[in-house]
Write a protein that binds this ligand. Sequence first.
Ligand SMILES: [Fe+2]
Length: 442
Amino acid sequence: MHSDLRGLSQTAASAAAMDAFDATVEAFMAYERQTGDRLKETFALDPTMPMALCLKGCFLLLFSKQALVPRAAKTLADARAAAAERGITGREARHLDGLELWLEGDLQAAAAVWAGIAIDHPHDIVALRMAEYLHFYLGDAPGMRNSIARALYAWNDTVPGYTYVLGMKAFALEECGDYAAAESAGRAAIERNPANIWAAHAVAHVMEMQDRPEEGIAWIGGLEQHWDGCHNFTYHAHWHRCLFRLELGDTDGVLRDYDEKVRADQSDEFLDVINAVALLWRLEQRGIDVGGRWGELSEKCIELSTNHRMIFGDMHYIMALAAGDDGAAIDAALAGLEDFAEGRGSEEAAARAAGLPLARAAVAHRQGRFADAIAALMPHRAALFMLGGSRAQRDLFEQLLIDAAMKAEEKALALALLSERALQRPGNPWNRRMTEAAAALP
Ligand SMILES: [Fe+2]
């Protein structure tokens, strides 16, 4: 038995293996490209470390790809076998339970397990991170905030990794609309570690929601020099800068950043695809020609839309298919989503409550059937939060509905939706322009 960096007892073959695991967790929290390599180094020193196997299973599921699920299941089985042979702590056993529930598609129960671990072990930063991640994709912002808030009493500058806890606190507060406290926590995290991209991102979200685009561009520009070691999450930070540029009308800058940063890899990775779809859709909705940029995305989304690991991703995959205008692919994706929505997991419930209505609305919108888009989405708007993702990301779905109301010349509805959005974002230039245009409708 060894102790991790923060004093938690953990099963490890040696002090060196324990150090390697700590380094893996540090890389994970810092969104480092080398995270996988750190994990391999841990396995080189302890091939059956239960917590390392658990983390590997989580990393595999974080890709949100069905094809990786069997590998994650095998990893969990290996961890269970190692636990039986070596014996593990109750805390470690609960981590394995969390992974098992996530594998089975019960994100709600998995989030509760990890949040529960953090109650008994507030220094368990992996449990805090996993609870944050799952609450986020469950659309449970208060749950995300509360799980981190409950641990804060145990954290200060004497505990290694405090910057990451401040970053999680910042993001959770932002998603709950507590912008001033969020920004202050985010800036405090950055003071301690300017490379803390999650904290930088949390502050960017505050600037997005408060419509401070010039500050947002300067904020990201002032920190990106520290992100060389970060993995593809940097593309999401660049995506935020694109939103700021878009608000300022810098279309050329957005398209340049799209090509050179946001979509530089043209990967089929979950978040990369979401970023790209959400940006192209916003651009086109503003009447901006995006050229042939949908092509590779729509193509990748044919395969991706069969995944159904994260409903938030599915929404974007179907939007890309709708933009690609391949009728057979769209029909197949909608049928696949309908089948998925029959299931019993938490993502299936979100698919029923909001996913299917939104998918149908997006397809109708794209096909110019704006009244159908409104009819599909309006009754289910209140459930959109269940799709997960951030408020800035889900704003795309609200914008889609407002755009449909405008194009269907539903003046009263357009004005009402814009009025509702203005309460959240009083200084938003797009909202102002659209409100003027809506008022001018016949
Ligand atoms: Fe974001």
